[in-house]
Structure formats: C-alpha cells, structure tokens
Write a protein that binds this ligand. Structure first.
Ligand SMILES: *[C@@H]1O[C@H](CO)[C@@H](O)[C@H](O)[C@H]1NC(C)=O
Ligand SMILES: *[C@@H]1O[C@H](CO)[C@@H](O)[C@H](O)[C@H]1NC(C)=O
Ligand SMILES: *[C@@H]1O[C@H](CO)[C@@H](O)[C@H](O)[C@H]1NC(C)=O
Length: 215
C-alpha cells in the first residue's frame, strides 16, 4: 500500500505541467523595491526603476540610494556614501551616474560581461513551483549562476502575458517589481554630458575588478 501511494505521488508530481520559459518584453519600465543584506550593515532597502529597451540595445537602472549596490556603492571615494545612482548601458558600455553631483564614470563593456540581459535570458531556467508571491499567484524559477537566482512572475500560460514580480539573487539581493509599462520615457537613455569612455571609474571599484577579471 505504501509503495503504491508513493508511486502515485511521484506520477502526479511529474504530470504537473511545466510552463514555457519566461520571456521579457522587448521594451518595458518597472519600478521596484530592493533589500540588500550585508552582515555588517544588516538589511538595507531602497527603491528604483528599471528601464529596458532591447530593440535599441539600452537599459538603465535608477536607485534612490546606490550606497549598497555592489557597483554604485564601491567606486573609490564614494564607498559608503548615501546617494542616488544609475547604471546606464548604451552601445554595450555601462556607465555609473550620480545625479546629485552629476559625476559619471565608465564601468565596463559587453565584452567584459557588462552588457544587457536578452529577453530570453531565462531560457533553461529550472521551474520550481507555483506559489503566492507578494499576494499574487506566481511561477517561481531558478536561473542558476554562481548562486541561485530566483525569478517570480505572474502565473499566466502565455509567457508574453506574464509580468515580472521579483528577482532574488542569493544570498543578499531581493528585488520586488511593481506595475509594468510597455514603454520607456523619451530621452531616458540620453547619456549625461559628464559620461565619457575616457572617464573610467576609479581604480578601487567593482568596475575595475570586473574589467580585470575579463582580461
Ligand atoms: C517591497 O515592499 C513591500 C511592501 O512594503 C514589502 O512587503 C516587501 O518585502 C519589499 N520587498 C523588498 C525586497 O524589500
Ligand atoms: C533581512 O531580510 C530578509 C528578507 O526579507 C529576512 O529573511 C531576514 O530575516 C532579514 N534579516 C535581518 C537581520 O533583519
Ligand atoms: C538553453 O539550452 C540550449 C540547449 O542546451 C542551448 O543551446 C541554449 O544556448 C541555452 N540557452 C540559454 C539562454 O542558456
């Protein structure tokens, strides 16, 4: 009897349909809130906006406070400074921009691993389950990298009708996404005048470590 029950349990589990892989829209804007955990600082929260335009190969992430972002927060003298910060990726080049004082530096490029995510970046992700996430019925996936990267989206059959709800990069970066808009504000990717490939981020920075790692 036990064996029969176990066998049936396995059979029904394997019959649970795996949804098609997630697929990002080519163009979207979504606000988010984020919690970053560091043993020495505890949980730090901020808010931001994600602008994505695959058609024109550009994206931008604004954070109200970039201090605890692993790129924005570790750029030479800026270590541990509370300040808004943006990643702006245009033409395969990533810049870090600090709107409070207008400074900007070139961080790294696509060849160094700093390009943009493709709409299909979640192909081959492992489907975990359907569960309630932030009060919404959600598909949970894991896109394994060096660590688990959990991805949550609305549980809808058609990938193109789903909306991203969250990205949790273990062990310490949790992002929850809000309502989606299928457009980007005009001019949002215009590089501030202070951004130049000649103004490279300081020697002591995550950017430099990333550039060096690819050489
Ligand atoms: C985002 O905000 C909601 C509502 O305040 C909260 O429940 C959630 O934990 C936050 N998510 C993160 C990753 O901070
Ligand atoms: C930090 O936030 C995470 C996720 O919300 C939570 O699981 C953890 O208990 C929090 N840690 C501390 C020290 O507050
Ligand atoms: C998914 O797996 C297929 C087959 O192994 C591979 O060709 C493809 O590049 C993979 N896609 C991604 C995004 O990893």
């Amino acid at each position: 009897m036990w064996i029969l029950l176990i066998t049936l349990g396995l059979a029904s589990a394997s019959l649970e349909a795996t949804p098609q892989y997630p697929l990002w829209p080519n163009v979207f804007t979504q606000t988010f809130n984020e919690t970053l955990y560091y043993p020495e600082f505890g949980n730090q929260t901020t808010t931001g906006t994600y602008y994505y335009d695959w058609t024109n190969q550009m994206y931008r992430i604004d954070r109200a406070n970039g201090r605890f972002d692993r790129y924005c927060g570790l750029v030479g003298f800026r270590v541990l400074t509370n300040a808004p910060c943006s990643h702006i990726v245009v033409g395969g080049n990533r810049f870090l921009y600090y709107p409070n004082d207008g400074t900007c530096c070139f961080c790294c490029n696509a060849a160094q691993g700093c390009g943009m995510l493709k709409p299909t970046w979640l192909d081959n992700a492992t489907f975990i389950d359907t569960e309630v996430h932030m009060g919404v019925q959600a598909y949970k996936w894991n896109k394994q990298g060096l660590q688990n990267n959990f991805y949550f989206e609305t549980a809808v059959a058609s990938p193109s009708s789903r909306v991203m709800l969250g990205i949790y990069q273990e062990p310490n970066d949790l992002m929850d996404f809000h309502k989606i808009t299928y457009s980007v504000p005009s001019g949002i990717f215009d590089l501030p005048k202070t951004c130049s490939l000649k103004t490279v981020c300081p020697e002591i920075s995550t950017c430099t470590a990333v550039r060096n790692a690819s050489n």
